[in-house]
Design a protein around this ligand. Structure first.
Ligand code: NAD
Length: 351
């Protein structure tokens, strides 16, 4: 750990469900100052002012960037706001950590990567699974050749229907759920994708599918089948509890797993292990202990690993070096192709 004398100042954009976790993690890093917070919702503004009395609070990100001078920005606003905000943050000279997706158009994502490279600024995208210990161990095993050549990757990511109706509908499922699995495919297979076929299900009647299946053909022959639906019913035992939640607004389920099958071995990872079950008068729940559990008022788990790793990089210290902007752009390319395939009914080749 660096000495607290070396400080990194941060601005945070979006103090919502996930932004509160980011803010908490930044607050507890000894080398970080939360300099400013930008939020448009009046109730969230009030909460941010209460919890961060020393931070400057803004209600509009673009004028904020003209007034502040920070080392880094973390972007945790809704998906379709990211590209413009990240661009403004980079142009103001700050390093950026952006929650997924980086953008909802490939052309915008490419432009952001170009700006960050030209200006020599770090640009990271929130692919949290790369920082979770079981995924890290699996990656090491694959790299060590334990599974041989990878023949097939199969992943499943089903989430609560109530979340789709609350916020999941605001962007295509490719960008909301399966984007994580596309990223894992690139990280584990170390191959580029040559074609994408996708199918969407629209049973809930929204403009974007609540069910999405993608098949990816990778350049060295790995076939990947990725499945997702926002149809887990309210009665399923919750594993995501939400931020100090009394309203239950954030409570729900992610049911996810990953299989990697190779010529020499295979693996199965149950992403949300229900290792702790609590039963009460309303039913049972199995709080997640891997990704962003809150313990004694602190958010810990893979999200803390991920954000602290970014800070370590900014401090010039050792860090995991598992992020890849090149992969992040290819993920965007694959998601855009999946949306085109799902809409047109055609297989999309990626050159
Ligand atoms: N990596 C993960 O596993 C993971 C998990 C959850 C959420 N996320 C991502 O985090 C992001 C935020 O998700 P969330 O669930 O917290 O959403 P949210 O809607 O709860 O929070 C977004 C917040 O941003 C605020 N906001 C909206 N427009 C803004 C603007 N222009 N400037 C500043 N603030 C603005 C909203 O008022 C809201 O409080 C999304 O991109 C989401 O995909 C990632």
């Amino acid at each position: 750990m660096q000495s607290p004398s070396k400080r990194i100042s941060f601005a945070l954009i979006g103090f919502g469900r996930f932004g509160k976790h980011h803010a908490n993690i930044l607050k507890h890093h000894p080398n970080v100052i939360v300099d400013s917070i930008c939020e448009i919702d009046p109730a969230a503004v009030q909460q941010a002012s209460r919890e961060f009395p020393d931070a400057k609070i803004y209600t509009e990100p673009f004028s904020m960037f003209q007034e502040i001078d920070v080392d880094a920005v973390t972007v945790v606003s809704p998906e379709n706001t990211h590209a413009e905000i990240v661009q403004a943050a980079l142009n103001s000279g700050s390093h950026v950590f952006c929650e997924k997706p980086l953008a909802t158009k490939l052309s915008e994502a490419r432009e952001l990567a170009k700006i960050s490279l030209e200006r020599e600024l770090k640009l990271r995208v929130g692919y949290i699974l790369r920082y979770e210990p079981r995924h890290r161990v699996l990656k090491q095993q694959i790299e060590a050749g334990q599974l041989g050549e990878i023949g097939k990757i199969r992943s499943k990511r089903d989430v609560s229907r109530s979340w789709f109706e609350a916020y999941g509908y605001r962007v295509h499922s490719a960008y909301e759920t399966l984007i994580h699995d596309v990223d894992l495919v690139l990280w584990f297979s170390q191959q580029r994708c040559k074609s994408v076929s996708a199918w969407g299900g629209y049973l809930l009647g929204y403009n974007v599918p609540e069910t999405l299946v993608m098949v990816l053909e990778m350049e060295s022959g790995t076939i990947c089948i990725l499945e997702s639906s926002w149809l887990v019913p309210g009665g399923a035992p919750a594993n995501i509890i939400g931020w100090e939640d009394s309203s239950n607004a954030g409570k729900g389920v992610v049911e996810a797993s990953l299989e990697v099958i190779g010529t020499k071995g295979s693996s199965y990872l149950r992403t949300y292990e229900p290792s702790l079950t609590i039963n009460d008068d309303t039913g049972s729940y199995c709080p997640d202990l891997a990704f962003w559990p809150q313990i004694d008022g602190r958010t810990v788990g893979a999200l803390r690993e991920e954000i602290w790793d970014f800070i370590e990089e900014l401090l010039g210290d050792n860090h995991a070096k598992v992020d890849s902007l090149e992969d992040a752009i290819h993920v965007q390319e694959i998601c855009e192709a999946a949306i085109e395939s799902e809409k047109s009914g055609k297989k999309i080749n990626i050159s």
